[in-house]
Ligand binder design. Structure first.
Ligand code: PGA
Length: 649
């Protein structure tokens, strides 16, 4: 299956779908006090239920610091989500998050069921993005959907690490909405484009200011950080907040704005107080004229009008950060006025998450804004122009492929060692995205395994007998292969069917034996030219696959590899077209879905084989249902590395 950016491109029927949500909601005495984030997650969950997916939700909540903290359990979220969805969301209570309880709950799921895992931050590995927990999460799922924009600027197991171990990834509707609105606002805005930045610290907004100056027509700066700008310009600011280390930076930004023809609006007056409290004495003074003993805590009335006027003519406004200490009524006016100006304008209005989103919602202007981001830090980093790891992991993921060589009756042991030594450095960088396998003559296995040590090359055999041991002169047993270090074994290659009278039944016996011994079978099937010309290709392949998989469990099947090798294309230089190969590989996936389910079909590896070369591989491997290739002739030379190098998106 291909990695799709949009969940609309995927039919989730029967697939175990792990959805990273942002359920980091405020709780008081076990009650959710703001459920905006739950409501925002519903469209994606509903689409998955509608498709008949097995929906496995996960999220962090607060900071339990790597251990179970009952007050930070997601249990109340499951209850409220059930009400919002009108369907039970089963809570998989489990202190290990992916422990026995969660696994059992997932195993018992039916299509359309929804479960919620426990707080991912109960696990200490989560915030360190450690592989073991990422793998555990991935083991529950066939597909990963990231819909947690609020955490997208973090690289944790449940939003980044997990994507590495799941074949298919996508972003959910909420994430997509954030990317669209924030992305369009910043990169493709309707002009005039105004950004309003507030908040207390210049230092936390350095990159945002710098990046936005390249994009906006007007930049408005209010809030605590405006005082650093005032001081930088020679004003007096009393006891106001100031970051002296950033005075030069502030001047640089003022200069950059002038050089770029960007209008920069700073406060012209300010509400000052003689104490940081609701009971302080206050007055309004001109900006940069704050007496000693006083501090600026809000923008003044003239500034409110100035900012509101600027907003009136805008077509796009992005706002991040309050204008004053809006938590105190006395100093909330500036923030309120800006919020009102945004509510009144016809411009596209985008509110960065965090404080400004809270202010807009508190003032009841929520539905007057075009988009209120659900991410605080994440929206800020987005405005900085940074790539967010949570988005990149789900959208830029390269799909895993397999490049398997079949040396047939070629290569002596010493030639084998030489070629493997040549290949090793050439394929070293592909270990994350490609299973590189060389299936070699039995006599080459030992030296090949030795030569491949420490590299990403795995060694397999080309055949194996289905008995354990005994009087079968010339045959090789599964134990011999595993003991020699082989991990894979080709079974039912057409040449064995043709020259050594292997039948579908013997293939089945060998497949079962391979699984029994922990060997990974690469099971071959394919039609003759006559069969293709008679139009019976698909029927023939279905029969071969069905018999090969008799008695194979779903778990075994999910880890199997099937190689579709049209006999007329093997060693002939007559490669199947990508469309011909895709048609049959798609049909094979369907048979597997029929025998097992969609989940097994999504996980099984399906290769194309038959005259694959460095030039034909990219076109073939790019097809939806082709997960790589089984390569004969072209695997006998160092050029095989070129086939391995293919990146599948
Ligand atoms: P070929 O062989 O690439 O030389 O056609 C493929 C195979 O038989 O596995």
């Amino acid at each position: 299956m291909l990695n799709k950016v949009s969940i609309d491109d995927i039919n989730f029927k029967g697939l175990r779908t792990l959805v990273r949500c942002d359920f980091n909601v405020p709780l008081q005495d076990g009650k959710i006090t703001d459920e905006n984030r739950l409501v925002a997650s519903l469209p994606t969950i509903r689409k998955l239920i509608g498709d008949g997916a097995k929906v496995i939700l996960c999220s962090h909540l607060g900071k339990p610091k790597g251990e179970p903290k009952p007050e930070l359990s997601l249990a109340p979220v499951a209850v409220r989500l059930s009400e919002l969805l009108g369907q039970e969301v089963k809570f998989a209570a489990d202190p290990e998050v992916v422990g026995p309880n969660a696994k059992a709950a997932v195993a018992a799921m039916k299509d359309g069921d929804v479960i919620l895992l426990e707080n991912t931050r109960y696990r200490k590995e989560e915030t360190k993005n450690e592989d073991n927990f990422s793998k555990e999460l991935a083991s529950l799922a066939d597909i990963f959907v990231n819909d947690a924009f609020g955490t997208a600027h973090r690289a944790h197991c449940s939003n980044v690490g997990v994507a590495k171990y799941v074949k298919t990834t996508a972003v959910g509707y909420l994430m997509q909405k954030e990317i669209t609105f924030l992305g369009n606002a910043v990169n493709n805005p309707k002009r005039p484009f105004i950004a309003i930045l507030g908040g207390s610290k210049v230092s936390s907004k350095i990159s945002v200011i710098n990046n936005l100056l390249d994009k906006v027509d007007t930049l408005i700066i209010g809030g605590g950080m405006a005082y650093t700008f005032m001081k930088a310009q020679g004003g007096t600011i009393g006891n106001s907040l100031c970051e002296d280390d950033y005075l030069d930076y502030a001047n640089d930004m003022i200069k950059k704005a002038a050089d770029k023809g960007v209008k920069m609006l700073l406060p012209v007056d300010t509400v000052i107080a003689d104490d940081f409290s609701e009971n302080a004495n206050t007055k309004v003074v001109k900006a940069g004229q704050i007496p000693d003993g006083w501090q600026g805590l809000d923008i003044g009335p003239e500034t409110c009008s100035l900012f509101a006027d600027a907003v009136k003519n805008a077509k796009t406004v992005v706002w991040n950060g309050p204008m004053g200490v809006f938590e105190m009524k006395k100093f909330a006016k500036g923030t309120e006025e800006v919020a009102r100006a945004l509510a009144d304008t016809d411009a596209v209005t985008i509110i960065g998450g965090g404080d400004s989103a809270a202010a807009v919602n508190q003032l009841g202007y929520g539905d007057k804004m075009t988009h209120i981001s659900t991410g605080g830090g994440a929206s800020l980093e987005f405005l900085e122009g940074k790539e967010l790891p949570g988005i990149a992991a789900a959208t830029d993921k390269k799909r895993h492929i397999m490049a398997a060589g079949n040396w047939k009756m070629n290569m002596t042991p010493s030639q084998a060692v030489e070629l493997i030594n040549t290949l090793k450095p050439l394929v070293a960088d592909k270990s994350d995205t490609t299973d590189v396998v060389l299936c070699v003559p039995a006599i080459d296995i030992l030296p090949a395994v030795e030569a491949a040590k420490g590299s990403c090359i795995h060694i397999g055999a080309e055949n194996m007998y289905f008995e354990e041991k005994g009087a079968y002169t010339g045959e090789i047993s599964p134990d011999m292969l595993t003991d020699a270090g082989a991990e894979y074994v080709i079974i039912g290659h057409s040449e064995r069917r043709q020259y050594f009278a292997e039948t579908d039944e013997t293939v089945n016996k060998k497949v079962l034996k391979a699984f029994e011994h922990g060997l990974k079978p690469i099971i071959c099937c394919g039609e003759t030219l006559t069969q293709r010309e008679q139009g019976i290709t698909i029927d023939w392949i279905r029969q071969q696959v069905k018999i090969a998989f008799l008695g194979v469990t779903a778990e075994q099947a999910a880890s199997a590899t099937i190689a579709y090798e049209p006999i007329w294309a093997i060693g002939t230089g007559k490669v199947a077209t990508a469309e011909q190969a895709e048609e049959v590989c798609g049909a094979i996936r369907n048979v597997i879905a029929e025998i097992y389910d969609a989940s097994v079909a999504a996980n099984i590896t399906i290769l194309y084989g038959g005259s694959v070369s460095a030039s034909s591989a990219p076109g073939l491997f790019a097809m939806e249902d082709i997960d790589g290739g089984l390569v004969g002739g072209a695997s006998l030379k160092p050029d095989f590395a070129k086939i391995v190098k293919f990146d599948k998106q």
